[in-house]
Structure formats: C-alpha cells, structure tokens
Design a protein around this ligand. Sequence first.
Ligand code: ZN
Length: 392
Amino acid sequence: MKGKGSFEEGHAAVIFGAPLFRRHSYGKNHPLGIPRVALTLDLIRSFGAIEDGEYIESRQATVEELGRFHKRDYIEAVRECEKTRRISASYREKYNFGNFENPWFEGFFTTPATAAGASIQGAEQVIGGRVAFNPAGGMHHAMPGRARGFCFFNDGVLGVMRLRSEGMKVLYIDLDAHLPDGVVHAFRDDPGTVVASIHMDTSYAYPFEGGRIRDRGAHDNLVNLPLPKGINDSEYRAAFKQVFPRLFRRFRPDAVVLQSGTDIIFSDPLGKFEVSTQLFLEAVRTVTGLCPENENGIPRLLVIGGGGYHPLALARCWAGMWGLISGRNLPVKLPEKGSEILAGVEWDDDEEEDYYGNFFISRLDEPREGEVREDVLERIDALIRTHPLLGN
Ligand code: ZN
C-alpha cells in the first residue's frame, strides 16, 4: 500500500455515485421518497469539493457478490420483480417486499445492487490506500432472505466481508439512530469483526428487538448501547467518547466501516434523538482520528450512508463529512449555489420553522447542550463495566 493514494500524490478520498440515483425514489409517500445521493453530491459540488479522480461511478454488485450474504432465491426474486414490474402475494409474504415498508420502485434490483456494488468498490479503495464514501449505502437492516426497514441488499455487510477477505480485522460502527440488525446477524459469530452501535432503545424504536447492552454476540464482538428518546449533544458525546477510544484500544481494528445514518439529527422525522449537525460531524472526526492508518497517513476507513429522512439535514451532514474525510476545511457558510440547491428541495415537513431561519445559510446547527442525564450515565457505565472489550 506504500505510496499509493497519498495526499501528496493526489486523491486520498473517493466518493461514489451513479446517474440512476438521481431518479431514484421509493415513491411520494415513503420516507425515502426524498432526494439523497444526488442532493448530497450536488451540494458538495457547489463547494467545488469533488475534483477529477475523486468521483467514481458505482458498478452493480454481481449475483455472486450479493450471494456472499443473501440467499440465491431472494436475489433472483428481486431481479425478477424488476423485470415483471409486479410483486406476487407469495413474494410479498416470503420476502417482505411489495408493501408500504419496502415498496416496488423503478430499478427494483438495479438500484440496490448498484448501492451494494459501491460498498464493495469502496472496500477495495480502502484496501488500495484511500478513504471511500458511498452515500447510497448503509442499508443495515437487510437480511439474507428478506427485505427489512427500507433495505434490500446489505451493502455494509458486503463491504465488511470484502475487507475480511484480505484478512483485516474490521470494526463496523453504526451512527444511525436504529440498531443495524442485518449487520449484527451477519457477524455475530465472527471474532474478526466487531459491530458497535449507539441506537434508539428497541423498546420504543425499530426493529423492536435486540440491541440490548447484554447482547454481546458469540465472541463479545457486539457492542450495543441503546439510549432513551431525546438524547442531546452532551449526552451523545458522553456515550461516544466513553465507548470508542476504549474499543479501538482493545480491539485494534485493521479497518473501519462507518455507517453514517443521519436520523440522529434533531429534525429527523423518524428519529427520536436530538443531536445537532455539529455533533454528528464531531463524531465523524472522533472516528477518523481513532482509525488505523496506512503508512501514508490515510485512515483505513470506508464510510457508507444510512438512514436520514430530512433531506436538507442529511445533505448538509454528508457534505460536511466529505469535507472531513477528504482533508478539506469546508466553510460553514454554504456557497450561494448550495443554498439554492437546498432551497429548491420540495420539503414542507419542518415543525420548527423558526429554528430553521438560518437553515439555508449555515451548514451547522446550534449545539444542543444540556445536563447528561442519570439514565444515560447509568447505561454507559453498565456497558463499560460488563463488556470485555471496553475494560481499561
Ligand atoms: Zn435509521
């Protein structure tokens, strides 16, 4: 890996996209009926922050690649439904798609297969010495033979598997507000992969099971910190700073996969946390700083997308994140073109309009500081006291 992709030689980071994501939507009334990948790329481009060589067009994952995690009959069923443009009652029952949660859409197979391909390509970029970001990825609920929680193919699992195939120990960190149950399912018996997640307690949030502090997997390789509703910046920061430096120190991963769902942001219509954009970026900075590095100083880090149902918050978080991982210092104030792009998004779900007075001006939200609640401290303490990977 020596010398490849160093900052001096050019592009240390790459970002993935594909024209099909511009048209992609789960339908008007679905939480994923919003622009995400194209909006993120457009916003980043408004800063002039994607140079030639930094953008890579995603390729479709092959059936063989998808088959490393998914069942063959499931893959074939998704493919068939793209062609026939219909989903039978028996498929709906068996595979959990064709319903409101996981609806049929144009490019039913091609789109998730392309998102999955980019996470495999991204892993290969990391192996080659670059940081990679796949904003279309992060589909962490998908199971081997069933769609779940808006997710069809589990690109994060496939990305981790690609890194594992090089013999790397992988730490998968899930920022998303929801438990990454599909990823947990994939790696609960693999001592070379740790799946760490801070999420909304499943007593009140999807997927409504698992993700408890005592769920540690066959090799103590699951780290779960479920938190109550309404977590603010100071509480999230306390959890993050207590868990991750210890985990890196003890597990010593060779590479990190970071799922960067933005549904922890206070404005998210599905999330119940109250975290600001600034804290989201602080968490990304913390992870980047702890990451193992190549000899050229570039972190071995694959970033994938994830949930996030407020398109403007999502695009700003991911633009800021791209700035951090690509070694840029993006200004807080959006370029005029960027403001126009965000203002042009059809979105009228904001309940806190007053707060959004400067939504289109600043990339950042005000920090949401406050006391760290006893309940949160107790949960952090319970995790650290009982988890072998978090001892001193
Ligand atoms: Zn989520």
